[in-house]
Design a protein around this ligand. Structure first.
Ligand code: HEC
Ligand code: HEC
Ligand code: HEC
Ligand code: HEC
Ligand code: HEC
Ligand code: HEC
Length: 466
């Protein structure tokens, strides 16, 4: 009885096993690419207009197609399935048989360029999942969504050419990047702020580099970059980067940022027609490095993410009180203890001339009327009294120790080294149009002695530990 039971069990399991072996053998002998090529061949035979064409179609070998790019040691087998890409008869066929759109393949002969140079994906793979590098295949650079594909063009062409010859999106992305102040927080080629990381090579980083947890849909670097632009804090919750792009802008910037790769194309694969150097006048530099935080410079902005005020650096009462030398010192040294980077050449990387041009731009609307001077040396200052007044009048905004909050950080080396007269004038006159009130006769009504006392105390703030 028992042995019959085991016998039938053995029989059933053998049958099951046999079925699996049969299926596996069948699909090994008829892999996807073979089926696609058979379909392609059958289509050509069926639609042949004359006998000669028919004969040629019948002679088509079914076999793995490979393009080997010697100088890059790349092997692309995409045409094993996409065999019709160069065949005009396939213009309206279903994928993967359809003829390639546009004149991309005429301009870039398949035998020289292959496919992955533009599309990414895994050239050597022979099944769809792996060739297209779908999720969970451990391939870092899956097929690029068509809307970002122009990022590839920039590996080999200049933006001036691309602007007019099929690369309008990536050229526009490059323009946005320059105008949106991304380099206020990011270095590229060694120049830029340091609140975020340098962006060099970001487009060729492995999937594992990116924190994918909050990405919606496929966890590809393309989706990461795009969704991070749409809302950085949705993807990296503690990010200090703000969302300030429209959906279309973030598509274009994604396309552009993906051009930052560590890959260097061989010379014979590049066609550079016309390199136009980006503009470096004061206004362009301001847009490149300052605008993301300071906006148009006219308003004092309390930034919820940076947790401090970004001052109105083109406010007339600020410009009236400050001279170019001190402005230059602020730009060069930045403001330690805040997000404002030091912009000098051995920090963020701006040259003296570039800094001068930015200052000229910021100060272009400085009012002609001179500020009434404040001779601080005339007063014998009382630091103790200054401290009391500071705690009553200023700490609310500038912090108990001058660390800044709604008011600016007053303990950093640049403010500490400032001309006391500049500080005194600022306290006396305030900054119209910002929360910094006037404390002199036009405001709260402190007398000059009070102000001199406060300034003498402000000058000791660097000694306070946080
Ligand atoms: C095993 C067969 C196969 C291989 C190999 C293959 N593809 Fe495909 N490809 C397909 C099929 C089938 C489609 C249409 C269905 C789809 O999009 O998944 C397609 C669609 C595409 C599309 C259009 C996708 C879209 O979003 O509309 C692109 C682009 C593409 N393939 C590029 C490539 C590149 C580049 C390679 C080489 C790395 C490659 N394919 C290798 C079968 C293949
Ligand atoms: C010079 C860059 C370049 C090369 C090389 C290239 N492609 Fe494309 N491919 C593109 C662009 C750009 C598009 C989008 C076309 C458009 O928007 O009209 C595209 C579109 C496609 C599509 C259609 C996707 C869709 O749904 O619109 C497929 C499939 C495709 N390519 C496959 C291939 C294959 C296979 C190869 C290799 C034989 C290849 N491409 C080589 C640039 C290229
Ligand atoms: C791997 C480098 C490479 C990539 C990627 C590439 N191209 Fe090209 N492209 C070339 C080279 C090199 C030529 C010159 C033809 C040749 O050498 O075979 C060329 C030719 C062209 C031409 C013809 C221009 C002329 O004056 O002959 C156009 C237009 C063009 N490319 C646009 C594009 C666009 C748009 C993309 C992105 C979709 C792109 N290319 C991607 C290298 C590249
Ligand atoms: C106020 C400063 C600030 C500005 C302006 C800013 N970023 Fe960021 N960015 C950051 C910080 C901080 C991070 C790191 C946290 C994160 O990943 O969100 C970051 C991360 C990134 C990353 C991911 C980098 C990596 O290695 O993980 C990219 C890409 C990026 N930013 C691009 C841009 C672009 C493009 C712009 C201009 C539209 C821009 N950023 C503007 C602060 C900024
Ligand atoms: C990451 C954001 C950020 C970027 C980018 C940035 N700043 Fe600032 N900046 C600040 C903050 C925050 C402060 C105030 C710091 C404090 O509390 O002392 C500041 C302060 C200043 C001040 C001092 C104003 C005053 O009232 O004394 C000047 C001048 C200035 N920035 C100019 C610039 C210029 C010019 C650029 C571009 C080259 C620039 N900043 C880029 C955030 C930024
Ligand atoms: C209501 C909040 C508030 C109060 C109270 C306040 N400040 Fe300010 N203070 C600010 C803001 C905001 C700024 C930056 C304004 C801007 O956007 O340009 C500032 C700017 C300054 C600056 C310019 C710093 C620089 O580097 O250019 C000094 C100095 C200063 N305050 C000192 C004081 C002193 C001293 C007191 C007390 C007598 C005081 N403030 C009271 C909000 C305040």
């Amino acid at each position: 009885m028992q042995s019959r039971f085991y016998l039938s069990l053995l029989l059933i399991s053998s049958l099951v096993l046999l079925t699996f072996v049969a299926i596996a053998t069948y699909s090994a002998l008829t892999p996807e690419w073979k089926q696609y090529q058979t379909e392609y061949k059958d289509f050509l035979i069926k639609n042949a207009k004359d006998e000669a064409t028919r004969e040629r179609a019948e002679k088509i070998d079914i076999g793995i197609q490979q393009i080997y790019l010697t100088s890059m040691k790349k092997a692309d087998r995409c045409t094993s399935c996409h065999r019709g890409v160069e065949n005009p008869l396939m213009a309206n066929a279903e994928q993967p048989h359809r003829q390639h759109s546009g004149n991309y393949l005429e301009n870039h002969p398949v035998a020289k360029f292959g496919c992955t140079i533009c599309h990414r994906g895994q050239g050597q793979a022979m099944n769809l999942r792996e060739a297209h590098g779908e999720e969970h295949t451990h391939w870092d650079f899956p097929i690029m969504p068509i809307k970002y594909i122009q990022s590839s063009c920039a590996l080999c062409h200049d933006f001036e050419m691309l602007k007019h010859e099929g690369g309008g999106h990536v050229a526009k992305g490059e323009e946005f990047f320059r105008g949106k102040g991304c380099r206020g927080c990011h270095k590229l080629n060694g120049v830029g702020g340091d609140l975020g990381k340098a962006l060099d090579g970001i487009g060729s980083r492995a999937r594992a580099y990116f924190p994918m947890k909050h990405v919606v849909g496929d966890r590809t670097i393309y989706n990461w970059v795009k969704q991070h632009f749409d809302d950085p804090r949705q993807i990296v919750p503690e990010s200090e980067m703000r969302a300030f792009l429209t959906g279309e802008e973030s598509d274009l910037l994604t396309t552009y940022v993906l051009t930052f790769t560590s890959e260097q194309m061989p010379r014979n694969y590049m066609l550079i027609k016309n390199i136009v150097m980006p503009r470096t006048d004061g206004e362009s530099l301001y847009k490149m490095y300052c605008i993301a935080c300071h906006s148009d410079g006219k308003a004092s902005i309390y930034d919820e993410i940076l947790k401090r005020t970004i001052p109105a650096i083109m406010n007339p009462s600020f410009l009236k009180a400050i001279d170019d030398n001190y402005l230059k010192k602020i730009l060069k040294e930045g403001r330690q203890g805040t997000q404002m980077t030091a912009w000098k050449v051995d920090a963020a990387g701006l040259t003296e001339q570039e800094i001068d041009r930015i200052i000229e731009y910021i100060a272009k609307d400085r009012p002609a009327a001179k500020t009434e001077p404040f001779d601080v040396a005339k007063f014998k200052a009382d630091v103790k009294r200054g401290e009391e007044l500071f705690n009553i009048r200023c700490a609310l905004c500038h912090g108990k120790k001058g660390e800044g909050d709604l008011g600016l950080n007053l303990k950093n080396p640049v403010v500490q080294a400032a001309d006391p007269a500049f500080l005194a004038v600022t306290v006396r006159d305030g900054r119209a149009g910002t929360p910094m009130p006037p404390f002199g006769k036009d405001g709260v009504g402190l007398i000059e002695q009070d102000i001199a006392d406060i300034v003498s105390y402000v000058k000791t703030l660097s000694q306070k530990k946080l």
